[in-house]
Ligand binder design. Structure first.
Ligand code: G6P
Length: 437
């Protein structure tokens, strides 16, 4: 009889895995995980072995009895799992590269989660997550699916609406990253900071900001009017906000808002990099090569600091904190992607939203937001329309729906351009889009 928790991690060969393992090690005294199954596909086998062996060394060094299993058999990993975490990338970095390069070639931001790149990542990922949902229904019907796979909002909503399992939570490091960022700006311990979040994944706003329960939003906004002070993540080139805009917005934007409110500047910057043959995917590829070289070293038994150059900082804290609160029915507040259920009035009831929730053993309970402030509700609704049409395209393989999604994406300037991008991207991603064949 198994006494501890079984975790199955799909996409276990990801360079982020040491991040997750570090979290499980840190929380072990309160979260008795007995086995972690790292599962990947055949193409990811080499990475799985390298990172999996590092994971084994990490738990051994920590002196903790978590057994790490490496497998290419997803069913074996899922069987009787308590929590399933997903961090896979269909088509690996090569696909991301195309998602970023093709739009830029046509003068459009690709952006792998919010832009045309995000649309294609959703089209490739959603059929796979729905397959995982079917297998979970059969092999671990009581397990929770904790999805980190991007575009996390769309992937989570696809499970909520189209999968036989309903126990799913989408998780992103942007909310925790923003709280850490505020803590740094105010020079206080991050545990004292809480942001009231509402919006969508990678389009989330801080409606209010508290330190020890007292609102400090005005102070934080005032600090952020200094262009030297920013809250961002490694993958987003931060530029200071126009002070009067920020004051009038009167909300805390997330780093991904740069793509909307500084669209021109972001495009210009990415086009300059593109001229030199560079996108974020090329940077990540180099970083990954360096990371896997380090991971191979049999002497290494900790998460190397170089991993912090990836955009996913604090994932381990966010993920393990969430699992811990669900397991212990802690009822603390964390921002996750979950079913709206009426929390944000202007969005559909069954839409995935990223919102502060009370975390219970029965899942997250979203805190009521009501109407979003008028200055942001339009954009949020527009992006949710894009997401919903994209999800429907992914599920049905309907080309017209995919064209509609591409055209209503805020980064795409016209229906003609949408068609150009769609045709070219459908062609290059063909092997990963069986539903469109
Ligand atoms: C941020 C986002 C993640 C995303 C990551 C990309 O952290 O919140 O959702 O996966 O950046 O980072 P990368 O290093 O892959 O560009």
């Amino acid at each position: 009889m198994n006494s501890g928790l079984k975790i199955a991690t799909i996409g276990g060969g990801s360079s982020y895995t040491p991040e997750l393992i570090e979290g499980f090690i840190k929380y072990y005294p309160e979260l008795p995980v007995s086995e972690i199954w790292l599962v990947d596909v055949e193409e990811g086998k080499e990475k799985l072995e390298i990172v999996g062996n590092l994971a084994k060394r990490m738990v051994e060094k920590a002196g903790i009895p978590i057994k790490i299993h490496l497998t290419l058999d997803r069913r074996e990993a899922l069987e009787n799992a308590d929590f399933v975490t997903t961090q896979f990338r269909v088509g690996m970095l090569e696909a991301r590269s195309k998602d970023e390069f093709i739009p830029l070639k046509h003068g459009v931001l690709g952006q792998e989660t919010n832009g045309p790149g995000g649309l294609f990542k959703a089209l490739r990922t959603i059929p796979v997550i729905l397959d995982i949902g079917k297998e979970m229904k059969e092999l671990c019907p009581d397990a929770w699916l904790i999805n980190f796979t991007n575009p996390a909002g769309m992937v989570t909503e696809a499970v909520l609406r189209y999968s036989p399992i309903k126990k799913v939570v989408g998780l992103c490091n942007v909310p925790i990253g923003m709280e850490m960022g505020v803590a740094k700006l105010l020079n206080v311990d991050h545990k004292r900071v809480r942001i009231q979040f509402a919006g969508l994944n990678h389009l989330v706003y801080g409606l209010d900001v508290f330190v020890d329960g007292v609102s400090v939003k005005e102070r934080v906004i005032s600090i952020l009017t200094n262009p030297e002070k920013t809250i961002t993540m490694q993958n987003i080139h931060a530029m200071g906000w126009e002070p009067d805009f920020l004051r009038a917005l009167n909300l805390l934007p997330c780093p991904y808002h740069h793509y909307y409110f500084k669209h021109g500047e972001m495009l210009e910057k990415e086009l300059m990099d593109f001229q030199e043959g560079k996108t974020r995917a090329t940077v990540v590829r180099e970083l990954e090569a360096e990371l896997f070289k380090l991971y191979k070293n049999p002497e290494l038994a900790i998460k190397p600091p170089q991993l912090e150059q990836r955009g996913g900082a604090y994932y381990s804290d966010a993920a393990v904190r969430l699992i811990h609160s669900m397991y212990t029915d802690k009822r603390d507040i964390q921002a996750v992607n979950t079913m709206n259920s009426g929390a944000i009035l202007s969005l559909p009831y069954d839409a995935a939203v990223e919102v502060s929730c009370v975390i219970t053993k029965d899942g997250p309970i979203p805190m009521v937001v009501g109407e979003l402030p008028i200055q942001v509700s339009g954009l949020v609704s527009q992006v949710k329309s894009f997401e919903r049409v994209a999800i429907e395209a992914a599920v049905t393989g309907d080309r017209r729906k995919a064209l509609l999604a591409m055209t209503i994406n805020p980064f795409v300037p016209s229906d003609r351009m949408a068609k150009v991008l769609l045709d070219e991207m459908l062609e290059v991603h063909k092997p990963y889009l069986p539903q469109f064949q």
